[in-house]
Design a protein around this ligand. Sequence first.
Ligand SMILES: [Zn+2]
Length: 670
Amino acid sequence: MRKLTSIVLLSMALAATLLAQKSGIYKEDLDPSCKPCEDFWRYAAGGWLDRNPIPARQARWGTMSVMTERNRERLKTILEEAAAAGPGAPAHVKQIGDLYAACMDTAALDARGLEPVRPVLDRISAVSDLNGLRALLVEFQMNGLSPGMLVALPDLKNSKQMIANIGTGGISLPDRDYYFRDDPRSQKIREEFVKHVEQMFVLLGEPQDKAAAAAQKVMAFEKELAGAMLTNVQRRDPYARYHKMDLAGVNALTPDFDWKAVYRLFSLPESTPVNVSEPEFLRKLNAQLTSVPLEDWKTWLRWRAVKTAAGMLSKPFRDEDFRFSSTVLTGVREPLPRWQECANTVDRTLGDALGREFVARYFPPEATKRMTELVENLRATLREELEKAGWLTPETKKNAVAKLNAFYAKIGYPDRWRDYSQVSIRRDRFFESVRSAMESNRKYQISKIGKPIDRNDWGMTPPTVNAYYNPTMNEIAFPAGILQPPLFDLEADDAVNYGAIGAVIGHEMGHGFDDQGSKYDADGNLREWWTPEDRRKFEERTACVIDQYNNLDVGEGLRHNGKLVVGEALGDLGGLTLAYRAYKRSLKGKEGPVLDGFTADQRFFLAFARTWAMVDRPEAARLRLNTDPHPLPRFRAIGTLQNMPEFHKAFGCKPGDPMVRPPEKQCKLW
Ligand SMILES: [Zn+2]
């Protein structure tokens, strides 16, 4: 026995030594013909990018897309087994199997044509006066077809409490600016959009000329709504979205709309406070109720009904939806394989039921342990950085450290899984099954109003390859899906893990102190906790990043909107700085090893750039520049590293090199 134990121990020790030596850098992924100080992104990932062109089914492709598809393959295994499981299978397994099977049965979808959406279309047709329209808009709060939806959100100034929130909605293009921009590409998209709406009406059985007229009405209606919405930069200011009132207040804003009936629909007490994120929008909506002819309202509602259902109807609807939403807007050439589409649908609708199977099979407990260590090391490092930050007054410093200490870290998956017993799934009723799940999800969300916040709630499902910071909960979350190679590699040397997942952790922590997050305190309340002097200095730092991204040439004369991407860019800069210092801290004064010919610092930065080995189709890149608060992946790597003296030192870059911003212009968060 003793001998056996020692052999086992010895072999484990050997294995650990061998594993610790894995550099985690793959030379074939590099492009040595490109100098690291010229374009580090290309140097670090050029080989990989050349071998991995964007597939016809995708708008962008990169390291994280490969991880996403790997997870989807795993979901496929789970779902195919669930679909084949016998009557003894657990209820949630049967539900995901049935929904997947229903989704895969495209022959059944094709045979039903537009029958699934017929009941909603009939409801719309039956409306004969303004009161009927009002009642319908209340009813459509449940299925999401109403503009200005009521949802549950924490009170921004009393974040422990969930209240009602009325947002904006009802536009079909990606952002309000798409209705107004004058550049040729935007004009072309509007033309294509009108054609698309027209085609959908033709599929609904309208004659061509009526369909064309209807499409013009839809465009005009949505343009009015869009004109009353804040721009995506204005929306970044949480104070611009905070207008808490009571039911009487919201009724006064929209005298022609029956919010009392919406409260009744969701069984909310009339004393429930509500935040109206954009009062101007509600005023406009109210004006539309009386100024837009009833027939035009009905036309628009029919369009929204068919648009939201198109992906679940017969092939002509699915194809037309794909043509506009994917090909015109993002340049995608062919649809996702059906099984991928269906795995996504189950993930979106029965996320906890699928997620619990995913983590049971593919998320080892060691991952949680290792992630917790990394998070805590970054937290301790940031605490040290804040405490020695010379530019902050002691008062602001104290508040910043309190906020950092209160960061709540979620790793992998929720502690409790949701119960879907209210959802009815039938293999021969795909559309109705999805609607049942959506309605149940909607009621579940609304049921949170009036209660304290629930830490068990996640904003992403477990297989998701992403992470987030939620300012009102003051929490950072890392779904199981992102905790896998190459971002998180239990077998690789620390340098690459700090450069990849460490920078992601740092990025999410950085959001706690970005242009938006810095306005929330340790409890997640919207409150100014910076002294005016410190706030001014902070804004100088953010202005540096805004200026940098406004001026980065991304090709074809295009630029980022610095004010739109500043939060993400600050997260990247603060996050990478923090991850680097945390890595150094973990070495406790020792030198990191040289592996595969790279120093530890070099591997750290190579791993960071590899995370952003990702390319968009030109159409998708333009869409993102207009709407996405994240800079394009290539510039997340380049823009961040241009500001990092530690990177310049690791690769011997000199002032004047493209990867070095002039020292006096280098931006710094901490
Ligand atoms: Zn972010």
